[in-house]
Design a protein. Structure first.
Lengths: 201, 201
DNA sequence: ATCTAGATCAAGGGTATTTCTTGATGTAGT
DNA sequence: ACTACATCAAGAAATACCCTTGATCTAGAT
């Protein structure tokens, strides 16, 4: 891939990091060295259950989903990852254990990826990344906890409204099937929620 | 995957090899041990430029294409791989260098794959495979040379006719866009060739 | 100069695939 | 028995993909 193209893909990651903690130019270079852009096509797996998750993914454009398939074959979406979002199976990544989650692409999606060893060497070469990734993980943790809380304490309708407020953009961009799977309901039931919705606002 | 299913996938490869040089049952077992079936869905990458090609692909059913994307973003198809065909970036596979070619699926496609180390160990355990893969490579070489010759010496119309004769089955199975890209012309021009065609047979 | 082989751009139509909706019916918990 | 949801089936609607055609352009051969 051409160097200028790679730079174009890196720009969003630079500004993402700079938004957290300003980076020196050496640190930016380190990023350029360790992260690799990669295109995944709609439906393509980024990561499959049964494999160890060996890289972190930052989405440049497009949209991914992380999900688990249960014994009945139903898929439960844990998280979407669209522009400027991270989407990783941290459990598998850090424990180096086999993952039970899948990540695949809902649209053609460009991601930046770092492998485990490269990440470690970034920590060694520039400890600022320790702090950055600590913050990232904290944020992810908080988001997951919020979602947990919601799931155990709200009705499908409430969850749907929360989804609309939190991810307004995804709500018109993704198929309803995917949103239903994220909310933990059937597409049919979501369709009914929506039609009730439009009748009495 | 269930054992009987795997056997069903292996059968075409056995007969392919047997058609070249009869195999002993130990040799068949070796194949069963080293080759792995894998399903790719339409549009999925089997291999992407920028990666090292680490496995050889034998198509059981479906169709793949190997192509290069030029600086302008145009894709040039080098080869199709349908049932009982091999489709590999041998350059990258043997040199272990980064590949500039892509392989992706034009239809949902089942392939059998061997990794580099497994192939080597097949050569060691059963030297007959040296001969088999020598023959395979010779055949591929000859086919590529033929295609080269054609490309530098024929008009688009001649190439199209040759394509029709050589791959009659692909000609109605694949979209015209893909055939055009294989012939090195635009889909529009191919469309015109075809309509002239049907006017004066 | 102009003829040929082919490209590019824009628009229209067709068809297949995906997605959404609706009706009918079922079920577990309060 | 009422609420909040699931399941199954079947159409309808929306997209995406593919093909064709017309108009205009270009480079090389004659």
């Amino acid at each position: 891939m051409r160097k200028d193209l790679i730079d174009a893909y890196l720009a969003p990651l630079y500004s993402y990091f700079n938004g957290l903690i300003p980076l020196s130019s050496q640190e930016q270079e380190l990023i350029a060295e360790k992260f690799r852009p990669r295109l995944y096509r709609k439906r393509q797996y980024i990561h499959q259950e049964g494999d160890v998750c060996t890289q972190l993914n930052f989405v440049i454009r497009g949209c991914l989903r992380m999900y688990k398939v249960d014994e009945k074959g139903n898929t439960h979406i844990i998280q979407f990852g669209s522009e400027n979002k991270w989407i990783n199976d941290l459990g598998s990544f850090h424990s180096k254990r086999i993952s039970e989650l899948n990540i695949d692409a809902l649209e053609d999606t460009m991601v930046l990826q770092v492998g485990y060893d490269d990440l470690i060497s970034m920590y060694v070469q520039a400890p600022k990344f320790d702090r950055i990734f600590r913050v990232l993980t904290e944020n992810s943790y908080i988001a997951v906890q919020k979602r947990l809380l919601q799931n155990i304490s709200s009705t499908a309708e409430q969850r749907y409204h929360y989804f609309l407020e939190t991810y307004p953009e995804l709500s018109y961009r993704l198929p309803q099937t995917q949103i239903a799977s994220f909310l933990g309901i059937t597409p049919e039931f979501l369709s009914r929620l929506r039609s009730q919705q439009s009748k009495k606002p």
